[in-house]
Design a protein around this ligand. Structure first.
Ligand SMILES: C[S@@+](CC[C@H](N)C(=O)[O-])C[C@H]1O[C@@H](n2cnc3c(N)ncnc32)[C@H](O)[C@@H]1O
Length: 183
């Protein structure tokens, strides 16, 4: 299936990270995107998953009400009648994406600790929100499974697949207690 994410408005510039996530995934892997907006990044991931032929669960978490401090988001959401969820779903074109309409931290509670293979957070970029997202989601990510990229595990000090985009400043303190390093 050809990619069509280019047709969807958004801020997606991390295709290498998403392509790696699918390449390293195994059957049964669980991938989570927090902050999907209209689905530009989600569509890329969903097509990569479909083309991989792997049995991968892909969950997209968003309130679909825009980041509270982003005026552009708020205008767009208002013009869509208060939510852009239906536009997201339509943009997914029936691909196997599980939309979770929820606040980020509340959605994290639906997942067991160390049950998720990959989390990419691209929700609100405000300091407090990012701190909250880290605390909520980092414990959910498990160490790479057998079959994942062993070389990368050795190279990276914390090889859990946990990514953040767009911090306005670094989050130095208040980080969650870090689960044990991966073996
Ligand atoms: C920068 S956009 C995501 C862009 C998208 N990843 C892309 O590549 O086009 C941020 C999204 O995060 C969502 N968001 C902001 N705060 C949130 C929160 N606390 N919980 C869930 N979603 C949130 C907004 O509704 C918005 O859709």
């Amino acid at each position: 299936m050809d990619h069509f994410f280019q047709d969807i408005p958004g801020w997606f510039d991390f295709d290498d990270i998403y392509a790696d996530a699918v390449r390293e995934a195994v059957d049964g892997s669980v991938l989570v995107e927090v902050g999907s907006w209209l689905g530009r990044s989600s569509a890329f991931m969903a097509v990569e998953i479909k083309n991989s032929g792997k049995r991968i669960g892909f969950h997209c978490v968003d309130t679909w009400k825009g980041s509270p401090t982003e005026q552009y988001h708020q205008n767009e959401v208002e013009q869509s009648g208060g939510s852009i969820r239906s536009r997201f779903v339509s943009n997914m074109r029936g691909l196997p994406v599980v939309p979770i309409e929820s606040d980020s931290a509340l959605a994290a509670e639906r997942f067991e600790d160390e049950s998720v293979d990959f989390v990419f957070i691209d929700a609100s970029h405000e300091y407090d929100a990012v701190s909250r997202d880290i605390a909520a989601w980092y414990p959910k990510v498990q160490c790479p499974r057998d079959g994942a990229d062993a070389e990368r595990q050795e190279a990276a000090p914390h090889p859990r697949r946990f990514f953040l985009r767009g911090l306005s400043r670094s989050v130095r303190t208040g980080s969650p207690s870090r689960p044990p390093r991966c073996p």
